[in-house]
Design a protein around this ligand. Sequence first.
Ligand SMILES: [Zn+2]
Ligand SMILES: [Zn+2]
Length: 209
Amino acid sequence: MNSCPCTETHDGCRVVLTGGPGAGKSAVLELAKLFFCAHVRTLPEAAGIIFGGGFPRHEAVRTRRAAQQAIFHVQHALEATTEASQSALVLCDRGTPDGSAYWLGEGDLWSAVGTTREAELARYDAVIHLRTPSDSSHYNYDNPLRIETHLEAQAIDARIAEAWAGHSRYYNVPPTNDFLGKAAQALDILRDLMPPCCRAQVRPFLWRS
Ligand SMILES: [Zn+2]
Ligand SMILES: [Zn+2]
């Protein structure tokens, strides 16, 4: 994050960066911290807090549902921390609709936590979906919290697309073999979503200058 001379009052546009496993989401979030000004607030991934903190992670349907409910509530609480901030843009590492892509068995996440899909989609001003590569050689296996196989990752990616279907500002970033090209595309979308007062502070991406 870079210091910024802007003293405007900001609306705190809430933007989700999501993606199937191995799509490069974490790397794009790190790049956003380098190239955008201090008025971009990045939230951590709720699932990372839950599973990184030791929440049981196994295949039992009851356990998986409990995890998704916990993730939902942590996500809401994380977003609440930014409400009085002077952020020009709040960048969320996934949003609550992503949880519905991981729901198993009867019913849905929304009735389990007492909300509706429409209400949750409306929480976010825009969503950027980085697609999981279809070629397994471009799949990133480095994340120790990642347990999916490549085929499972593609299935999850398709369910994430369904979870966000119909959002009024859904940006699809297709998989490419060139990660920097894909990252630049995502960062361009983010820059366009910044209010003009802070957009001028976005650094030019090194591979484009
Ligand atoms: Zn500004
Ligand atoms: Zn700024």
